[in-house]
Design a protein around this ligand. Sequence first.
Ligand SMILES: Cc1ncc(COP(=O)(O)O)c(C=O)c1O
Length: 399
Amino acid sequence: MATPSTFKSRHVSKKASSFTESVIREMTREALKHGAVNLSQGFPDFSAPEDIKRKAMEAIANDINQYAITWGSKDFRDAITRKTKWYLDLDIDPETEVTVTCGSTEGMIAAMMATVDPGDEVIVFEPFYENYGPDAILSDATPRYVSLQAPDWTFDRDELRAAFNEKTKAVIVCNPNNPTGKVFTQDEMEYIAQLCQEFDALCFTDEIYEHILYPRDGADIRHISMAQIEGMRNRTVVVNSMSKTYSVTGWRVGYCIGPPEITSGVRKVHDFLTVGAAAPLQAAGAYALSLPAEYYDHLQTEYRVRRDLLVPVLEQNGFSTFVPDGAYYIMTDISAFGFNNDVEFTKYLIREIGVACVPGSSFYSVSQNGQQQVRFCFCKKDETLNRAAERLSKLRSRI
Ligand SMILES: Cc1ncc(COP(=O)(O)O)c(C=O)c1O
């Protein structure tokens, strides 16, 4: 199924030869090929909000069709500044601390390329969002992995401390976390922050699921940005995006917030990588980021309903689930089905059952660690989730 791009060719760089194409995005192509319900790649199959779409169309009609300022249009940077003040209570300077990028994907790699030198190490919690591996290779960082341990995806503090050393340039924190659904606690964030300060390291924090949270009794589930933690504002790059919060993953509009010195590096890398993100979509972004609190409450309520639809479906059909506190993915354990590994299982699920998921091994540096896990996403219409439920019920005969 996988088409490894790790073939050796004298025309392909060592860097590009040393990672594969995205497994997540490949699963979408497999789903299309086999007519499977696609619960693999995290993009909504429902419409983006009408008013946000209208603002983008108006921007094009009003001729906002040329390059924006390379680090982002003023309106959009101002909106990012206001929203960051409202949501995170952080004062940021739109002139020196914000860079608008082509999605958080570009934001993360631009931040890494702007700060990391060959030989530097970057700490990555695993399971991880699969981009961080290639990001490390492309920016010449050596990744050091620290486990998030199921079922609650906590990390061992001694293991994390042991990963820090004089070569550590940064730690990547994805919070709320893809793929696990973990939401880091204040205590955990403070421990990571303490180590960053002790070892003079930066933190790249991927916060694109900041509004997708499922508070519950007995747990303090809230979004904490690393930039809010004492002593971290000047050593943190917050990477964020319109993709998930406004259901516009195809727009490719994201942003980085960081202290002026780092931002000037990020802006230079960004300028020569992409020049800038789509100008009319930044205009619509300025509108979207000014929406009232109710927008985010509604988003959260809708995602909770979707999560609570899919979790029992998976449980009833033989998966053990790790119920997420945030983001829109469910990691599952597939041991009950008796497959040798996650890739074999995923193939079977796509081709025989008609539902696509992502093999767990794509989230681990050592594939065996994920070989009895697969990830489902639930950013889909009820009818899509119900269609998946119907098909997944065929699995019952296997357990
Ligand atoms: C954790 C995480 N970061 C970044 C991205 C990519 O975001 P963007 O569309 O803003 O590039 C995704 C997409 O699934 C993600 O899950």
